[in-house]
Design a protein around this ligand. Structure first.
Ligand code: GLN
Ligand code: ZN
Length: 767
């Protein structure tokens, strides 16, 4: 075959890890519970990798990625590969690498885990590397080399994937105890030799190409950071006996990093050409293309689930063919962010299912596109015709156009999105109504989602439990949760959210315009997977969604129970959203539906309504230029949801993170009366940041890290509260966990909340 007929090829940056039926989750959790041996876990993992590679190869992907698989998180895997084990985990890792690995991920009773945060603007969480001036790196090629060998032994051509050195350092934080001003990027010179060793190890094991993922380069970077990138790839490029290097960027345009990478002595570049990254096309032309180099062209959206417009992609690819030595066709980023296979969604209307492309369908799209480029478009005529028909069916569907919804959204004014009373007046009215003590205690909403609760839900789905039996099971749980909170002495109660499978899905199932999938799991963190709903059409609320459960819970107690909703931004962020209209439009539709729910809760007696917006920051555009526009519609949607209530109804919001920086002003713009957020692992840093920014309202920085089974002592919670009081005056400080308790067990929840309430009592006595 002539070279011209073997390229372009199709390739992917990475694949979903979990297996068709979340076999990985079962194996890892089984290992934690002692039901699965280490060998059993490794065998399951190897089987999943083998199946993934086979499926890619069968679909026509000629070079499969390796090393993208992970038992927990690929950034943690990189920490292991470069030997950056935090001092507090060293002994555990030395004693048993697998248990030490999970200890870094989840903590143990004695040792805190690494901090966890979102991977760029996705809903995937990675474990944050902790580095300091004393960090010593050491190459540990066992996993990358081992997985490469596996793929080669199975007869695949394989391309190991590693998080690149810039991204690794830019995602890292100063280790606890290190000067918070420490810049991990200053460790680059120490880290590069370790990457050199990893590259050499991979080359020796048979790697022709190695992919270094550098998504951090699509964010606004300083000249010093860009210089560091230039230096890193100049040094790695200058190595002898190395594999060819593909530097992959994704999630946005490469911008100022593009000329740096184009000039670097590496053989390939991966660029995203979807969504906000489409500008890479002009930028690439402007730098004169990549003559003689390999371009992995991300033309199929790797983060959303809609079918690709194949003809549009072919046109993009045709332009790109003239801009690089070799062009390969790929999804925009790893397929980690989409579910596995849309053909398993047999419950969906086939007229709608045909609009969907999950990992397998996207793989077929890229192999079709590559074939079209190799053999000419007539060779893919049937695929193009089917694609055209599918796209037309979506554009013409009634689901995507509800006149009533459109009219109401169009009639919305800025006034509708403002509470009429100033905050101080509201605060007075709320205090008069709620009469809470100083340092009021509360939780974020969910209580443990026990196996029994999940079994009840499964029973309902399978028809083993009738709806009345299911409701009674949930009601019993609400009674238990309320009784526990009264006994524990919490001040503002919750009903515990037992009826909610997931904070977005629960609402999506009740709103018009959303579709649910059955097997559409994507990894959120570790063994936690979510099934994001598909926001496919115009959104409305046929009937109240949470009012009955609220009323049931409030009738059981004299203490205030919070009405509990998921906010409009999060309803979008944790769904697959339609790509056929601006997000602002979709957000407004969702906000109006939720606004009706808020006023219904108020009418049912709720004195406190919490609207969770944990996703506000993660959908922040990666580049600053897109942020003001996003924050304007996002905060307006929140206010539209919450501003229809009386002055003495207290609006809470909640966010699951501590990195506030760029959205500080937006937090203020939400105009919520109380905000709770994650702060335990970061020692209340966010409380200080809010104080420094002059945040005027009430704050509940978490004092209990719910991401780990570890029970914080009363003393720890007291110390955190004192730290919080150094930033926020007692009149405005709340006491709560970092987030909901649904992933925790009852024993640790009880112990932790008892300590939390006790800590609040002790600190109140000091005031
Ligand atoms: N109310 C939700 C819960 O407690 C909030 C979850 C979240 O912020 N992720 O589960
Ligand atoms: Zn949270």
């Amino acid at each position: 075959m002539s070279p011209s007929s073997t390229t372009p090829q199709a390739t992917v940056h990475g694949s979903p890890r979990q297996g068709p039926d979340r076999e990985l989750k079962k194996a890892v959790e089984g290992y934690w519970a002692g039901r699965v041996t280490a060998d059993g876990l490794h065998a399951t993992a190897a089987g999943l990798r083998r199946d993934t590679w086979r499926r890619l190869a069968d679909a026509g992907v000629t070079e499969v990625p390796t090393g993208d698989f992970s038992l927990y998180d690929h950034v943690l895997d990189t920490t292991v590969a470069v030997g950056a084990i935090p001092a507090r985990h060293r002994a555990a890792v030395d004693a048993d690498p697998l248990d030490g690995y999970f200890a870094m991920a989840r903590g143990t009773q004695d040792v805190a885990p690494l901090e966890m945060t979102k991977w760029f603007d996705t809903n995937y969480h990675y474990l944050v590397p902790e580095l300091g001036p004393d960090t010593v790196f050491a190459a540990n090629p066992a996993k990358p080399v081992g997985e490469l060998r596996e793929a080669l032994a199975l007869g695949h051509r394989a391309r190991p994937v590693l998080v690149g050195p810039l991204t690794y350092l830019l995602l890292a934080k100063p280790a606890p105890g290190v000067d918070p001003g420490f810049q991990p990027l200053t460790l680059l010179d120490r880290l590069l030799p370790v990457y050199a060793e990893l590259l050499a190890g991979l080359r020796a094991a048979g790697a022709d190409w190695v992919q270094l993922d550098e998504p951090a380069l699509v964010q606004d970077r300083t000249p010093a950071e860009l210089n560091a990138a230039a230096r890193a790839y100049r040094d790695l490029g200058a190595l002898t006996g190395r594999p060819r290097i593909l530097v992959a960027t994704y999630f946005d345009r490469a911008g100022a990093a593009l000329p740096v990478l184009a000039k670097a002595p590496v053989e390939g570049l991966g660029l995203d050409f979807t969504g906000p990254a489409a500008g890479n096309l002009d930028d690439l032309a402007a730098v004169g293309g990549l003559p003689g180099k390999r371009l992995v062209a991300g033309v199929v959206d790797g983060r959303n689930i809609w079918i690709n417009d194949l003809e549009k992609s072919l046109a993009t690819l045709a332009t790109l063919l003239g801009l690089a030595g070799q062009v390969d066709v790929a999804p925009s980023c790893s397929l980690l962010h989409v579910p596995l296979d849309a053909t398993r969604e047999r419950d969906l209307d086939p007229q709608i299912a045909r609009w969907l492309a999950f990992a397998r369908q996207k793989t077929a799209e890229i192999t079709t596109l590559a074939r079209g480029l190799r053999e000419g478009t007539p060779a893919i005529g049937a695929e193009l015709a089917a694609n055209r028909a599918d796209l037309a069916s979506r554009a013409a569907s009634a689901l995507t156009h509800d006149p009533a919804v459109r009219a109401r959204a169009a009639a919305t004014t800025a006034e509708d999105a403002r509470r009429p009373q100033a905050y101080p007046d509201r605060a007075r009215a709320q205090q008069a109504r709620l009469k809470l003590p100083l340092l009021p205690t509360t939780t974020i909403g969910s209580f443990p989602q026990t196996t029994e609760l999940r079994a009840a839900r499964a029973g309902l789905r399978a028809g083993r439990l009738d709806p009345a039996g299911y409701r009674e099971r949930m009601a019993a749980e609400v009674r238990e949760v309320i009784a526990y909170q009264e006994k524990a002495g919490l001040d503002v109660l919750v009903h515990g959210e037992p009826e909610r499978n997931d904070m977005v899905q629960y609402f999506a199932e009740q709103l018009t315009g959303y579709l649910a999938t059955r097997h559409g799991w994507v990894q959120s963190y570790g063994t936690r997977y979510v099934r994001p709903p598909v926001l496919a059409g115009d959104v409305s609320r046929p009937r109240p969604m949470t009012v009955d459960w609220f009323r049931y819970a409030q009738d059981l107690t004299d203490r205030p129970v919070k009405g509990m909703l998921t906010g409009p931004v999060t309803m979008l962020a944790w769904s697959f959203v339609r790509d056929d209209q601006p997000l602002a439009e979709t957000a407004r539709q969702v906000a109006l539906a939720l606004r009706d729910e808020v006023t219904d809760l108020e009418a049912a007696g709720a004195a406190v309504v919490q609207v969770d917006e944990p996703a506000l920051r993660e959908t922040l555009p990666l580049r600053a230029a897109g942020r003001p526009g996003y924050l304007a519609w996002a905060t307006e949607a929140f206010r539209l949801t919450t501003s229809g209530v009386r002055a003495d109804t207290q609006v809470h919001t909640h966010m699951c993170y501590a990195e506030f920086g760029e959205i500080m002003t937006a937090i203020e713009e939400l105009d919520a009366d109380v905000i709770s957020l994650e702060a335990a692992r970061s020692h209340m840093r966010v409380a200080h940041e809010l104080a420094a920014a002059g945040y005027p309202r009430e704050v509940g920085p978490g004092v209990y890290d719910i991401h780990s089974p570890r029970v914080p002592s009363t003393g720890e919670a007291v110390a955190l509260l004192r730290e919080g009081l150094a930033a926020i005056p007692a009149e405005r400080l709340w006491v709560n966990p970092d987030c909901g308790l649904k992933t925790r067990g009852w024993a640790e929840t009880r112990a932790s909340l008892d300590h939390l309430v006790e800590a609040a009592r002790l600190v109140r006595a000091e005031l």
